[in-house]
Design a protein around this ligand. Sequence first.
Ligand SMILES: [Zn+2]
Length: 390
Amino acid sequence: MNRLNLCPICSSDRLRTFLTRHQVPVHQNFICADLDQAHAMQRGTLEMAVCDRCGFVFNAAFEPELLAYGEQYENSQMFSQGFDEYVNGLAHRIVAECGDGPRHVIEIGCGKGEFLRRLASSHAANISGAGFDPAYRGAESELDGRLTFHREFFRREHMQSSSDIVVCRHVIEHIADPMKFLAAVREALGDANSTRIYFETPCVDWILDNDVVWDFFYEHCSLFSRRSLAAAFEQARFEVVSVERVFGDQYLWLEARPTDTRTVPRFDTSETPQKAVDFQAVADRRLASWQQSLRELLERGPAVVWGAGAKGVTFSNLVDPEGTLLAGVVDINPSKQGGFLPGTGHPILSPEQLADREVVSALVLNPNYREEIAAQLQRLGLATTVVSLM
Ligand SMILES: [Zn+2]
């Protein structure tokens, strides 16, 4: 294994490892068909390091070849009403900022095409779009050809005009060499200087500020602070218009434009590195206290984790690696139900199944969904109590 000794963003060697976990499942957003596949999930080492110069956080032991974003990869969150509203807000915002003239939107890493479809269908008929994702499965053309989907990486010849909008959501945190990726995007944009670029990615400061131990996992090898994200774009010859914290401060939303002027990136030398040091001091204690809380909850009756996404998978692997304590993990996405969690093999249940299993407690890992989940349990007439871990 080639351990990274230099920061992938600023090339500094002033790196500090603040979290090490061995034998973690490499995939979190992955549905296993049976217990054998769950237990046999490829594992890797998580060695989260922070750069003292720019505040970038990354897995220094990351091996991209261990990952396979294939057909069993499933990361749709659109089944949650709260998330759905959040994404609608983003789409509205893009349309509002870009005016109502005809626009062509390019989405890099379009997944199943949900965001592009929403942009094109719900707001303005004069939006067309092209989605690029080697893992895309589905029709190549939709809405009478206004949307096209391509199972490949975005390249320069895919640009249609300088008024294009480029969107890239929740991709860069999966990429081990973000500078190479941004250079490729910049190269593809050519001299299209009026193109608006929008990127969304988790905010590492939110994770560190709130001691969210389950938000460090293998798929996310590159985590940014507001400043390190801006610095990465500046180095790649973009002018950063803004970087905001969105979705209850959990994500960063960056707007940039291509520029030909090379700006000297401003590096953050203080905040994030210190937060990582503070996090290191509490992470193990946090984990031990959740294990204790779980044991106490189990005395009252069966417990589940709510959400078979990355947070739920990471938490379950941390507190119940043998899969013997939790009764399962609930997910409202029907394509996940009936499957098994990578690593632990916990069964993925529908909310309706909680009644048969007499589940007393549902552990909620993301505060943004707490009320929505409580309302859902109430609608189903279930006595299961929501236990918020944040
Ligand atoms: Zn750095």
